[in-house]
Ligand binder design. Structure first.
Ligand code: ADP
Length: 490
């Protein structure tokens, strides 16, 4: 254990099944590294199909008692878990930065955001209302009740190693499901730390399980998590490619799936926009987590009349961002998560430049080396470039110039993704027109941060960006079944 890690106060390096901290059956472990320094910070169990199956079976047993807890009982455990995260949020934030690389201030925000999902769903646990429905037959009554769906498989990403876990776990546990969490291989330690707190909060053995595994084992663990008969729901956040594999596997057993997949968000700045506000919002939405959130701006579309002004101010703002180790003071941008991510960003930028794009700033690996890539602004982007179609997931902002509203909407929608979109306008009728035409699940209108700390809002995408909604009053629906009761002979 390095000094860095033990300073966080969290010490768990094993997986968690049926209330026990355990290694893999064969003792195999995989490395977790700090993306800012390359330092190995832990070795966690490299589990496989056998341990995943066992975790699901134990969760299946625990489900039978957990589902009988009253909403109020589940609520108070979730609330306790929330309070413990809040109490330890600074330590958790340090751990998050250490394994994910995002600046400590962002990590701190995330831990509190993560905790807030548990606070929210602790309330929802008490509000699992059904319906009393008017009947067409005088001697009958109709009811619809909500019931938990069974064991929920939660396959989580590395970009929000706390908040994506609590967002899924909070909803599933509130609904009365037991859960098996598979954290991303880059960031398993936050899940283990959260579990340590869940245990302390009184989540009973078997109700919450964590199966850690390497990238190599993810397909076989994922397959069991989708196909096991005890699994009722699969909730995934990650890439569209992996989401499609999981959907295919889940189809065999007709599992309920909620998928938050990739995005290709357009950020549109219309002529009437307040340019300074648009610049600040575009920087925030593009560079949060070094461009590695699924709702991050992927393409910036700027109308002719404000183009020159926007590009100049935006480039200046990007050049002012400080890149470095997220644990250091005053850092705005951390590294990207791993070498695979650096290579992807490099490939997209080189492809764009080879097809005529201009580099306004950045455009290459950072002199710090490792996983650092310079904050980059590209102009002269056209639709033949891969960067205009693929999710970048890195600190690169491609800017496209447009003339008319129709053109902006067409370009924004010309993607198979449909997660988030943003636009800036002071024209009220344009606001409604564009909001209704954009093919996305979430829109920031004169706002660049739509998901931060907003547990009340329904989060999710359309088209190939996903299925279902997380957070909000709709979030628990992904983990429940609606049962119709017809009472006759009245
Ligand atoms: P990224 O490429 O950014 O790592 P992924 O979608 O590949 O995004 O990863 C998100 C999550 O999906 C991680 O927990 C990862 O381990 C998991 N994963 C990757 N491939 C598979 C798979 N074939 N089956 C199940 N889970 C997978």
């Amino acid at each position: 254990l390095t000094r860095q890690l033990s300073s966080t106060g969290f010490t768990k390096h094993d997986a968690y099944i049926d209330g026990k901290w355990i290694p893999a059956d064969n003792g195999d472990r995989f490395k977790v590294t700090n993306p800012a320094t390359g330092e190995v910070i832990s070795h966690v169990p490299n589990m496989g199909e056998i341990e995943a199956t066992r975790a699901i079976e134990r969760a299946g047993e625990a489900f039978q008692t957990w589902r009988k807890y009253t909403g109020k009982e589940r609520s108070s455990i979730l609330y306790k878990w929330h309070s413990l995260i809040v109490e330890h949020h600074m330590e958790l934030a340090r751990l998050l930065t250490t394994e994910n690389g995002k600046p400590l201030s962002d990590a701190t925000t995330e831990t509190l955001y993560g905790a807030s999902f548990l606070e929210w769903f602790s309330g929802e646990a008490r509000r699992m209302y059904g319906d009393v429905i008017p009947t067409p037959a005088a001697n009958k009554r109709i009811l619809a009740i909500k019931q938990p769906i069974g064991v929920a498989s939660l396959i989580c990403p590395w970009n929000f190693p706390v908040a994506m876990v609590t967002r899924k776990a909070g909803a599933a546990l509130a609904a009365g499901c037991s859960i098996v969490i598979k954290p991303a291989e880059d960031t398993p330690l936050c899940s283990l730390a959260l579990t340590e707190l869940a245990e302390e909060a009184g989540v009973p053995p078997g109700v919450l399980n964590v199966v850690t595994c390497s990238r190599e084992n993810a397909p076989s663990v994922g397959k069991v998590m989708c196909e096991h008969p005890l699994v009722g729901a699969v909730s995934f956040t990650g890439s569209t490619d992996v989401g499609k594999i999981l959907l295919e596997q889940s189809a065999k057993g007709v599992k309920k799936c909620s998928m938050e997949l990739g995005g290709n968000a357009a950020f549109i700045v219309f002529n009437s926009a307040k340019v300074d506000k648009a610049v600040a919002a575009a920087v925030a939405s593009k560079f949060r987590c070094s461009g590695q959130t699924c709702v991050c701006t992927n393409r910036i579309l700027v109308q002719d009349g404000v183009y020159e002004e926007f590009v100049a101010k935006f480039t200046n703002a990007v050049e002012a961002l400080a890149m470095g180790n997220g644990l250091d003071e005053g850092i705005n941008l951390g590294p990207v998560i791993n070498q695979r991510a650096v290579e992807k960003v490099e490939r997209l930028v080189n492809d764009a430049v080879s097809k005529g794009s201009m580099v306004k700033t950045g455009g290459k690996r950072h002199k710090k080396g490792g996983n650092f890539y310079e904050a980059t602004v590209l102009t002269n982007i056209n639709e033949t470039m891969e960067i205009s179609r693929e999710e970048i997931f890195g600190p690169v902002a491609p800017i496209i110039r447009f003339q008319t509203e129709e053109e902006a909407v067409r370009v924004a929608n010309s993607t198979s993704y449909g997660l988030a979109g943003y636009f800036f306008t002071e024209d009220m009728s344009q606001l409604w027109r564009v909001a209704e035409k954009l093919e996305v699940g979430m829109i920031g209108i004169n706002d660049g941060l739509i998901t931060a700390s907003t547990v009340e809002a329904p989060l999710g995408g359309v088209k190939q960006s996903g299925l279902g909604r997380e957070g909000s009053k709709y979030g628990v629906d992904e983990f429940t079944e609606l049962k119709y009761l017809c009472i006759g002979g009245i």
